[in-house]
Design a protein around this ligand. Structure first.
Ligand code: 5CA
Ligand code: ZN
Length: 411
């Protein structure tokens, strides 16, 4: 599937330090991407509605990971999927009388546009679920060979406990897993399952639903195995970061990890499982199913600058849960104006010192609120005529562009 256009990244003097991120699995801040090639898989959208601020928050968070790695001299191999066939898409198609493919194509195109405007560096491989069906079938057959797949009616399930490490991504009790599994697309109560937590890897064709012919029969993939197959195909057996919003830690990343580990025999599938917080609006997590959404494209069409949206997101640490507000956006617009005025000054306080501080904050679990404060402080001083570093305005402009993805030049 087509990705979106690449983003210019200015060169900065020197290089950043080793990135550390909070790993959900070990519950610690750990070094990530320690080798010259850093591999990251971030779960993509299910394209049945437009990109909302919650999505944008997640992709901007992982864009900072990408930028911090590049600044530290890593080559980054970044893969993202599009869940372009799944129940919500088919439900939306029935509810609106549209073709599910047309919905997926339209919303994926809008997502690409939103990501481009937000200056998110595109993944090297942007891969759809539909185009991955042959790969999924191959991996399910591998699991079948080792006896870890069984049928319920004509559907296929993976025995999650076949991997002794099952449960080590999200660290939940069996009771919590059962509860959340039911809420997030799982089917713990289905008769015939050997274990209520076993996950669907292949769903046989249902009347009036799309299905594909594979050696497994006529049907379509289960959700988790889609990401497992894409990650294994494009990144290999082990990766540095498996990323997504915190609502994906269980069941999605838990199931994906054990599937991958049983397919390849290599453990752990990801060195770190990294999760961004949930953005709320009108008292609840923004979600397509609830409909309490603020769309990136709607804000853009109202004339809100994408860079202000980006700054409104970066004002919150990526792991915190927070609520989108108009005041937050207005604060971001004022900040953008302050930064523009500051970097238009002839000189300001020592720019190199700010660069060092920003790199340190970034490397320590992406501490963006502190970074924004540091730039504010510099910009206020520059506006007040404090400091005589004449190279600082350009350096600050370049560093907020390269490290935060905030471009201050207009037009
Ligand atoms: N296609 C699957 C992943 S394979 C999926 O979860 N799609 S999604 O469209 O529902 O979500 C896309 C990404 O946005 C996921 O990483 C999800 O965790 C994140 N996300 C969804 N809602 C929010 C929210 N309210 N706040 C922050 N992130 C969110
Ligand atoms: Zn996924």
């Amino acid at each position: 599937m087509q990705s979106w256009p690449s983003v210019d990244i200015p060169d900065l003097p020197g290089s950043g330090s080793q990135l550390h991120l909070f790993d959900t699995s070990s519950k610690q801040i750990v070094p990530v991407g320690t080798q010259p090639l850093a591999k990251m898989y971030v779960c993509g959208i299910t394209p049945y509605d437009a990109t909302h601020i919650g999505h944008a928050n997640t992709y901007v968070a992982f864009d900072l990971v990408n930028r911090a790695w590049r600044d530290a001299g890593r080559e980054v191999d970044y893969v993202q999927n599009v869940t372009d066939i799944d129940d919500p898409l088919l439900e939306r198609a029935v509810a609106t009388g549209q073709d599910w493919r047309a919905i997926a194509e339209r919303e994926t195109a809008l997502f690409r546009e939103d990501m481009t405007e937000l200056r998110v560096i595109p993944p090297r491989h942007y891969i759809g679920a539909v185009e991955s069906i042959p790969a999924v079938a191959g991996y399910v057959m591998k699991l079948q060979e080792s006896g870890e797949v069984y049928a319920v009616d004509d559907d296929l399930y993976f025995s999650v406990h076949s991997d002794p490490d099952f449960g080590s991504v999200a660290n939940l009790s069996e009771a919590e897993m059962l509860d959340i599994f039911g809420q997030r697309g799982g089917d713990p109560a289905r008769p015939g399952k050997r274990d209520p937590l076993d996950c669907l890897v292949w769903q046989s064709a249902r009347p009036d639903e799309p299905a594909w012919d594979t050696p497994l029969g006529h049907g379509r993939p289960g959700w988790h195995i889609e990401c497992t197959a894409i990650a294994l195909d494009y990144l290999g057996e082990q990766i540095d970061v498996q990323g997504g919003g915190s609502d994906l830690s269980f069941p999605h990343h838990e199931m994906g990890a054990v599937e991958a580990q049983r397919i390849t025999g290599a453990s752990p599938f990801a060195d770190a499982y990294v999760h961004s917080g949930m953005v709320a609006w009108q008292g609840h997590k923004m979600s397509k199913s609830r409909g309490n959404l603020v769309f990136v494209s709607a804000l853009r069409h109202e004339g809100v600058e994408p860079m202000a949206i980006r700054l409104a997101l970066l004002a919150h640490h990526y792991r915190s849960d927070w609520t989108w507000t108009v005041q937050g956006l207005e604060g971001a617009e004022r900040r953008l104006a302050l930064w523009r005025t500051g970097t238009s000054a002839a000189a300001g306080p020592d720019g190199q010192e700010v660069l060092t501080r920003v790199r340190d904050y970034l490397a320590q679990d992406l501490r963006t609120p502190e970074i924004l404060d540091a730039i504010d402080e510099w910009a206020r001083a520059a506006v007040d005529g404090v400091g005589d570093d004449s190279s600082a305005p350009q350096l600050i402009q370049d560093l907020v562009d390269a490290l935060l993805g905030v471009r201050l030049e207009q037009g």
